[in-house]
Ligand binder design. Structure first.
Ligand code: SF4
Length: 94
């Protein structure tokens, strides 16, 4: 078992119950692409104000985790672009 690092206690996501940071939701969950993009964009919005985003990304990347880590989406093969994130960002600023 890997012990959670101390910096996680200072994460902006602490106490947020929604699975905003998951690469994909469970195998029994159907999530449309637009809903996934909106979910990840919301997670990234929180990551962008997080004081430990650098530590978070380093941890996720070096431990080969998937999902949002430090505001970057890490997939099974490495960092990937968040699908539809720019479209959702434009809606937020409009
Ligand atoms: S960067 Fe994002 S996922 Fe990482 S601790 Fe901060 S809010 Fe949580």
């Amino acid at each position: 078992m890997i012990t959670a690092p101390a910096w996680q206690r200072r994460g902006a996501c602490r106490g947020v119950a929604e699975p905003l940071w998951d690469y994909v939701l469970g195998p029994d969950v159907i999530e449309y692409a637009s809903a996934r993009a909106a979910r990840l964009a919301e997670g990234k919005r929180i990551c962008n104000i997080c004081p430990v985003a650098i530590q978070c990304f380093e941890w996720g990347y070096t431990h080969r985790e998937t999902g949002l880590w430090g505001g970057q989406l890490i997939g099974p093969k490495g960092v990937v672009r968040i699908p539809g994130a720019q479209r959702h960002a434009r809606k937020e600023s409009a």
